[in-house]
Write a protein that binds this ligand. Structure first.
Ligand SMILES: Nc1ncnc2c1ncn2[C@@H]1O[C@H](COP(=O)(O)OP(=O)(O)OP(=O)(O)O)[C@@H](O)[C@H]1O
Ligand SMILES: [Mg+2]
Length: 334
């Protein structure tokens, strides 16, 4: 499982707007290995979705632009491809599912028509009855009951969980190497969430694909991911395998994320928060971007900490790694 399907190297994606330049993704490097699930976590506005849209070639330009860095899919550089070359990769080799299925499904077409369209983009000569058969087959695989009937239904006739399954069917119909799932279960209730995550896991085994899973939910990460990237203010703060992240976190931001999890003994409806706010992408502070909120901050943090490998497969960008690890040797709450 050590082969790499996707490599991000020094990616910078900026938005040039009336109120200034948003440096939404500002030097991000990480890899996704073949067959693994890589989780990306971090508070709202950290650049998780902009990274995903950059990989998909879906950054609206203008105002957005990939200004630096490289995105390689199986060795193929994506940032310099022509739009039609990117279109032939999107859907077929990389596909994406979004938080809100209704925003990505067209209300005036049936579920079947939309799955068939996704298929026909990459197999324009496919026989219509064969396409329909494959759409029904895929609906069955994603757990939709009576797929022969459902195939002719419109989005408004389906529940949120069903719609998310249709989205997944659409994104998997061409057998992509990489599926990007951006908060795929946030809009769903807990039971359906678990079913959808289970479905993704099964489809991953069936198809041998890699998954990039963006989520706010550390519980989902613990259950679903092999490795995790923690993003903060457009950069990678820490990345390692899921066990080490939970047991031996080395970045104060990772520790704060864990500590902000609602305590089971406290009212569960309290949203987890870390004191202070993520700095605006329009004006990141110099030095470490987390320093205003960090218990370890001192004058060293006025210079930007590089992302360094502290042990094989574990990278951290912080000036105080040894102190953080000593304080949290038994996990974030230890
Ligand atoms: N089209 C755009 N124009 C201008 N700024 C944008 C645009 N899209 C994203 N941004 C900015 O880029 C930054 C990162 O946004 P992004 O959507 O990647 O955050 P995120 O980590 O996915 O957050 P969330 O968890 O809320 O989904 C934000 O400050 C956002 O305002
Ligand atoms: Mg997002």
């Amino acid at each position: 499982m050590s082969e790499v399907i996707l490599e991000l190297d020094g990616l910078r994606t900026y938005f040039y707007t009336d109120i200034g330049i948003a440096k939404s993704v500002d030097g991000v490097s990480y890899n996704i290995r073949t067959g693994e699930t890589l989780g990306v976590v971090g508070e709202s506005g950290c650049g998780k979705s902009v990274t995903a849209l950059s990989i998909m070639g879906l950054i609206p330009q203008p105002p957005g632009k990939i200004v630096e860095g490289s995105i390689k899919l199986g060795g193929l550089e994506l940032t310099t491809l022509e739009p039609d070359q990117l279109r032939s990769i999107r859907g077929k080799r990389i596909s994406m599912i979004f938080q809100e299925p209704l925003t990505s499904l067209n209300p005036v077409y049936t579920a079947g028509a939309q799955i068939i369209e996704a298929l026909a983009v990459h197999e324009p000569n496919i026989d219509p009855s064969e396409a329909r058969r494959r759409a029904i087959d895929m609906l069955r695989k994603v757990g939709i009951p009576s797929p022969e009937k459902r195939v002719d239904e419109y989005p408004h006739q389906m529940s949120g969980g069903m719609l998310q399954r249709v989205m997944i069917a659409m994104s998997l119909i061409c057998g992509p190497d990489l599926l990007i799932a951006d908060e795929p279960t946030t809009a769903l209730d807990v039971t359906i969430q678990a079913q959808i995550l289970d479905l993704l896991r099964r489809m991953q085994e069936d198809l041998g694909m890699s998954i990039l899973l963006i989520t706010h939910d550390l519980g989902v990460v613990a259950e679903t991911c092999d490795r995790v990237v923690v993003m903060y203010a457009g950069k990678v703060a820490e990345q390692t395998d899921v066990h080490r992240l939970f047991e031996r976190p080395a970045h104060p931001y990772t520790v704060a994320l864990f500590q902000s999890l609602p305590d089971v003994s406290v009212a569960a409806d309290r949203l987890p928060t870390i004191p202070g706010m993520v700095p605006s992408a329009y004006e990141f502070p110099s030095g470490c971007r987390f320093r205003d909120r960090c218990a370890y901050a001192n004058e060293a943090c006025l210079s930007e900490p590089p992302l360094v490998e502290i042990e094989s497969g574990h990278q951290v960008a912080c000036h105080h790694i040894d102190r953080v690890r000593a304080d949290h040797a038994g996990g974030a709450n230890g």
